[in-house]
Design a protein around this ligand. Sequence first.
Ligand code: PLP
Length: 350
Amino acid sequence: MKEEFNLQNLVRSNVRKLQGYASARDEFKANKTGMTFLDANENPFENGLNRYPDPQQRELKSALAKLKNVKPTQILLGNGSDEVLDLLFRAFCEPKEDNVITLPPSYGMYRVLAEINAIENREVFLDKDFEPHLRAILEQQDNNTKLLFICSPNNPTGNSFDARSLKNLLENFNGLVVIDEAYIDFSTYESWVNFLDIYPNLVVVQTMSKAYGMAGIRLGIAYASVEIITVLNKIKPPYNINEVTQQHALKRVLDINNVMDEVETMLKQREQLIPELSSIGYIEKVYSSDANFVLVKVDNALQRYQELIQKGIVVRNRTQDPLCDNTLRFSIGTPEENQKLLQVLKEMDL
Ligand SMILES: *Cc1c(COP(=O)(O)O)cnc(C)c1O
């Protein structure tokens, strides 16, 4: 049986002791208008961006909280999910002592961030159906295992993991379970954000880079318990989300109906693309997808990848990933782009 969960046991000791930086805008929170701000050494001549941004991004968090049915204090925002993931390492993993578990083939940043932070990365490959191998994962954990990274829907395979398996991991893993939901808006599965009250060791990471169409502004989001978010908040750079990003992100969140319409279009495109791809001779397998991309197995991934480049189409060659021999990953584009992809793929079949 798992011991009672105690978050503070997982926090690095230097972080536990740390008194975070208090910025000018932390010390005085601007709730009132009409104040004269002479506290942050800013240039006072207004140009729309001369002031420091809100370090706690209150307006944006309040909109996200409403949308996701969580408290604003259960949200941490980062400069892309990549910063959110890095903060998790820095808050919970002691360099050269602790370890994390990742489940290849998956998103490559988990391994890179582990290496940057000098944390051992224990890899437990997915099984042949691209599902997590529960027993092997639990066997790999020891007293220094702090984080388990789960990407669902998984990049690059495209499938969502069985919810019962993930519940089992949430119940039996001793560290934090980080579920990366970069593609959740394309998925038929329920978001794990709805289970934060049940699992004190759950962190759900989402992003505005995919369904929301805002990769350029860099906005990643962690949803977790107030206690976990408090720890991450303490170590984040004070002004990590710039003013331009906060404004664009808020506008897009308030425009959720348009986001969902675009998602619908991409999903319809995906459903049209899949049978067409299957009809191409050298495409040996089209994996089912719960995301905005499709993984296919071809006769020779490197050769097909280069042929596509020559015809002006850039896809991702995943052949180096475990279990992904000779696979290519196609993002779903506009209807015109998908037509072009199909036309070129068919020409290559002659
Ligand atoms: C694209 C992607 C992200 C997004 O990262 P950002 O830094 O937010 O752009 C995160 N996780 C996975 C699995 C992804 O595929």
